[in-house]
Design a protein around this ligand. Structure first.
Ligand SMILES: CC(C)(COP(=O)(O)OP(=O)(O)OC[C@H]1O[C@@H](n2cnc3c(N)ncnc32)[C@H](O)[C@@H]1OP(=O)(O)O)[C@@H](O)C(=O)NCCC(=O)NCCS
Length: 169
């Protein structure tokens, strides 16, 4: 099911049939460095990740991370969408793209559509984002979207501090 369309991109619900793509994305060095190891070591793990993560989020909140594909030929290039974490008060925007598709404005284009989606389709008044302080690419995308740095947080006692950005929408 297509959720959002932009000039060059289509954002749609992930299904377990996207396991091969997710397996590659979450094991890419940039994902492992800036987002972390999700323990997805097989296609079965990738199906499990999709079911317990994005698909469960669509069921529970209506929104989630969406597969982001090129409109022209449906090539999957990344994911972008909204998450609602139990330990954060507001929904946060997330995105990740395969390295061969970065630097072309796709993250910003997809994320703009997701910000509008949060406001128009879900009536959210605020969106936040969490990012590794060294992730200058992610921070640049967030600032371009209008989010501002708010505070540092630790998601778990054994984790490094990360930056929280946010804005009213
Ligand atoms: C971070 C990421 C999403 C950026 O995607 P992208 O498609 O290259 O971003 P865009 O092309 O839309 O760029 C938007 C802006 O950010 C800038 N930017 C992107 N990557 C950058 C980087 N590594 N360093 C500095 N600026 C960067 C672009 O120049 C552009 O700014 P401009 O319009 O002023 O020139 C991508 O590199 C990625 O998927 N990284 C791995 C996963 C990840 O870190 N996700 C975020 C987790 S919080």
């Amino acid at each position: 099911m297509n959720v959002l369309e932009t000039e060059r991109l289509v954002l749609r619900h992930l299904t377990i049939d996207d396991a091969q793509f997710i397996f590659i994305l979450v094991n890419d060095p940039s994902w492992l460095r800036f987002i972390g190891d999700r323990g997805v070591h097989s296609l079965a793990d990738a199906r499990d990740y999709i079911s317990k993560g994005p698909v469960e989020s669509y069921r529970r909140h209506g929104f989630g991370l969406y597969l982001t594909a090129l409109k022209e030929d449906a090539t999957p290039i990344g994911i972008c969408g909204l998450l609602k974490r139990d330990n954060l008060p507001d929904a946060d925007i997330g995105f990740a793209f395969l390295p061969q598709f970065v630097g072309r404005g796709y993250a910003y284009e997809a994320a703009c559509a997701v910000m509008a989606h949060a406001k128009i389709d879900f009536g959210l008044g605020r969106v936040i984002a969490v990012t590794n302080p060294d992730n200058s690419g992610s921070i640049r995308v967030l600032e371009k979207l209008g989010l501002k740095f708010e505070r540092m947080i630790r998601m778990a006692a054994d984790k490094d501090e990360i930056k929280v950005f946010g804005c009213s929408i």
